[in-house]
Design a protein around this ligand. Sequence first.
Ligand code: C5P
Length: 319
Amino acid sequence: MRYVYVHWQHDMPEAPSDLWYEIADDDFQNRTIEFYADGSVGFAIRSAAFDGSEDVEVGGTRNSTEGFPDLAEINSDSQFKASEVAAADFERRWGEALASRFRMTTGLTIAIDGPAGAGKGTLARRLADHYRLNLLDTGLTYRAVAHKLLELGLPLDNVSAAETAARQVDLSNLDRTVLSAHAVGEAASKVAVIPTVRRILVEKQRAFAKAPPGAVLDGRDIGTVVCPDADIKLYVTASAEVRARRRLAEIESMGGSADFATILADIERRDERDMGRASSPLKPAADAHLLDTSEMAIEAAFLAAMAIVDGVLAKRNKA
Ligand code: C5P
């Protein structure tokens, strides 16, 4: 099954805008699109799912890809009624839509790894929003396990309690406000060295990645272990000093205060633990794109990542 996202920014309240459509693999191979009640949506799906230069059967009507579809070809149930939208106006809107409004995302997985504070969380959120994909910050799953042990007053190396806590992690119910505390992050990197905890959490993360319409996952081992077949792998990094400076600015912007040297030491210690552990250490996958954000604003990193994803999508649409 392929999933096609049709995002249509228009000013016609009656027409669909943000919708996912499914195309069965056979239909994709045969280049046919089942009828979708609204012929214009069928055309939109064709544009999104197939190269615009290809002929594709839409709802049983053969549509030439030359020029715009004739209004008369559009089913009478179409939300684009001639009386509502003048033909020229429709063509203009349709042309604009073809040029920029449709995007195709079919079961896409984007894996983002990197050390704490490199900006991968923000990048993951921006990409998930832009490509309308599910989003999982896998750090929260390790944090949830650590938080549970702290709550129970148990040591962080209590393997059986950590395993139980890992099994109880509910991906749809991760409370970022509680889990984002600095101490929970530190504790998370301690439970994250337990191989069985990793196995339990990785299984949940993989199931999340597989669910339609696709997902962006960020963490430490996404490209190497969780989703080794991800369509796009990004490794986001920045120097420890830059990450410490960002963390300090964040704390100060929330009215807090902290000591730069302490933060830097914390970051370096966490890097060492994450990169040096035996089980799934943090490292770039061989096929990851490296994004060093030391001297790059997050917006620039997002644009760079988007160019990589768009490149992969364009290649897929041609395949
Ligand atoms: O990214 P975040 O700071 O929330 O992660 C907390 C800790 O969880 C990390 O320092 C790391 O030890 C662990 N982690 C991991 N694998 C992941 C995500 C996080 O080991 N995929």
